[in-house]
Each structure stands twice: as C-alpha cells, then as structure tokens.
Design a protein around this ligand. Sequence first.
Ligand code: GLP
Length: 240
Amino acid sequence: MKIIIARDYEEMSERAAKIIIDLIKRKPEAVLGLATGATPIRLYQLLVQAYQRGELSFEKVTTFNLDDYVGLNKNSRDSFYSYMHENLFSQVDIRPENINLLDGSASNLTDECLNYERLIKEAGGIDLQLLGIGLDGHIGFAEPGSSFDGRTFVVNLTKSTIETNAKGFIELKQSPTQGITMGPGTIMEAGQILMLANGLHKAPIIHKAFYGPVTEDVPASVLQRHPDCLVILDAAAAGE
Ligand code: GLP
C-alpha cells in the first residue's frame, strides 16, 4: 500500500478529488464506492465544483455507499442517504437509478444484504472504494472482530462508534445500535481503495492499522493486503 501525507485537510481532499476526477474522466461509467462521515465532506464539495465547472459528468457513474444505520428511514436527516443527497447527489447530474444505498429500514435485512451484493456484481464490481476509518479501526461499519471474508451484513455497533457518531445527529435523540454495511470481503474486492483520514484523533488508529499486524481486531488492517490501496492522511493523522 501507499501512504501520502498531505499538509492539511484541504490538500488531503484536493488529492483525493483529483484521483476520483481522473478516474471518471478516464472511465465515465466508473463504479464508485462511497463513504460518509466528516472526512470526505470537502472532497465532495470539490467534486461538485469540478462538475459545476464542466470538468466532469456523473451521468454514467454508478455509486454504492458503504453503510447505513439499521432502523433509520432513509428520509431521516440523520441517514447516510440524506447525507449523500445533501453533499453530492443533489448537486451533480448522477442518475437516481445509478445510486445505490443500503436500506436500514428494509423489512428483510438479510435480503437487503444479499441483494446489495448482487447489485455490485451486476454493475461489474466497484472500481474505486472511498473509505474513512473509525476510531476503533472500523471500515464502513465493519467493527473489530468482523471476519475478513465477511460480505454485506448487519452489525452491532461498538460503544466507541455509538458515542462518536451520536455527536453528529440532527434529529435523532438516541443512537442506533446497529448498522448495515459492506463486509471487509466486499470492500477488498474493489479494484482500488482510497482511504482518507485527518486529525490528531485518528493518529493512533492509523498507526495501529497500517504499521501493526493484519488482524480482524483492527478491520482496516486488512487493507495492507490490498494490491492497490492508497491512504491519504493530513499531517496530524500521520503523527504517529
Ligand atoms: C462512520 C462511518 C464510516 C466512516 C467512519 C469515520 O462510523 N460508518 O463509513 O468512514 O465512521 O467517520 P469520520 O469521517 O466522521 O471520522
């Protein structure tokens, strides 16, 4: 894997945007795996700006988001569906039928997981998977202990994830305790991985995940085995 240390959040986001813009220019029908959270917000703004400048079109792009909360209606302002629409989809020319998100309010979650895996296959697989990292090393919502072979599944969130994410809720009073997420096995099949992390609080887990042993206790450590994984950090996250 390759690690780039950017000066700051802005440079990290600019470098990531360039990679995604270049991919879409090279392959207009690219299949992108997308992430939510605070980390990629600026990246999405830069993609929107590039679209507004006429530099690229999302018309043929297909997207698959990593995860969402179980039990949360997609129209809730706290759903990852709302996040994606607000930060990216409503501002570019992506076709609604090319947008794929896991529905945590589906009546049959097992079917929802199996169906998602089928849709990814039918789309020809994910060309580039964007990732953030949780403070406990999770990728998507695949928490410590998740099998490296795991496919899309329903997961009990850790205390650390529940507490960290609770801070960002707009409507929710109580944190969801379960997520629905691509598994490490699904993520590892993407052609290319682009992980972003910024801020001092991410430094210990970045060190553990990429300079420590590959172990299911630290889900992100599996990325050490990916043949084309780029991690872009700001100087703070690279601190350790
Ligand atoms: C969340 C999401 C992940 C995200 C990660 C980091 O729980 N499920 O997809 O990458 O945690 O979030 P942030 O970017 O806000 O630090």
